[in-house]
Design a protein around this ligand. Structure first.
Ligand code: NAD
Length: 285
């Protein structure tokens, strides 16, 4: 049976080193702080906000939430976003997206200070991910996958890695991070032919399609490492990943569960980015 890759263990290891870095900043009079900008009160956003707050505060990082009314005008939204962006006490910004349909996020993407852009929405940081420039921030979820693979010492150099999903928030940036580690990447999507075979041949398979339990036992090779990024709800209303965990677990060497897998690491990556932002803005290294 494959070893379970537990998000909580990865997060605990990250927490330990982040607490040390935060203490060094505090000795210099700097309190790392995340500014959350939320328009309306979608249950998903509120749940993520609660989890992120708890994770950040457990490390000693502050959190300032700017809650804006759902019917806010574009002009007011931009004014409020600029206020958070200009606040020197805030070292990283998380804007919950998608915004309500009447709002355009492009001005915020263009205006956010790249070093406050801790979840990679600015074109500057996106370009850095695609040009191997480590001075920017990668999106939190792909980086959480990398943290998980590193924690379990999964070697990537020269390995056949298949990523299901080509979105700009998960699949594509993740492919770039994996390529940087010298993996041989295949990116699959809805138009991919022979998806099953491509997945089965992978030594490392990352599922980020958003399709409940689409990866069955016939789609994984013996001894593969399987990382499940998907967050879905099954027919019984339970949270599940893109991988049919029970059908796959006996075939693989490592597998991350959903829940308690990659999702539990994402807010630790967010915390890591805020600490980096605080060090950058205060000149403490
Ligand atoms: P998305 O809908 O933007 O992209 C999904 C991608 O998967 C697309 O590129 C599509 O071509 C591909 N795809 C969909 N169905 C497919 C199929 N049947 N065969 C092959 N390819 C298929 O989604 P996203 O924002 O990239 O998120 C992907 C999943 O990851 C979702 O379940 C989302 O909830 C989850 N997610 C998790 C976290 C986390 O913290 N763990 C963060 C972000 C997203």
């Amino acid at each position: 049976m494959g070893m379970q890759m537990k998000g909580a263990d990865v997060a605990a290891a990250m927490k330990e080193s982040l607490i040390k870095e935060t203490e060094i900043l505090k000795e210099q009079g700097v309190l790392p702080c995340l500014g959350i900008v939320r328009v309306g009160a979608r249950p998903d956003d509120l749940a993520y906000e609660r989890g992120a707050r708890k994770r950040l505060e457990g490390i000693g990082i502050g959190c300032q939430v700017t809650e804006l009314p759902e019917d806010i005008t574009q002009k007011e939204f931009e004014k409020e976003f600029r206020r958070v962006n200009d606040n020197p006490d805030i070292h990283g910004i998380l804007l919950f997206r998608p915004l309500p349909a009447h709002l355009d996020e492009e001005p915020a993407r263009g205006m956010i200070h790249p070093m406050k852009d801790v979840d990679c929405m600015s074109p500057v940081n996106i370009a850095k991910v695609f040009t191997d420039d480590e001075t920017g921030y990668a999106p939190c979820t792909p980086e959480a996958v990398m943290e998980m693979l590193d924690y379990y010492k999964i070697s990537l150099k020269g390995k056949r890695v298949t990523v299901i999903g080509r979105s700009m928030v998960v699949g594509r940036p993740l492919s770039m991070l994996l390529l940087k580690r010298h993996a041989t990447i295949t990116v699959c999507h809805t138009r991919t032919e022979e998806l099953e075979r491509t997945c089965r041949e992978a030594e490392v398979l990352v599922a980020a399609a958003g399709r409940a339990k689409m990866v069955g036992g016939d789609m994984v090779g013996a001894g593969a490492v399987v990382v499940d990024v998907g967050i879905n709800v099954d027919e019984e209303g339970n949270l599940c990943g893109d991988v049919d965990y029970d059908a796959v677990r006996d075939k693989v060497s490592y597998i991350s569960p959903v829940p308690r897998g990659v999702g539990s690491v994402t807010s630790s990556v967010l915390a890591k980015h805020v600490v980096r932002g605080a060090a950058y803005f205060s000149g403490v290294n």
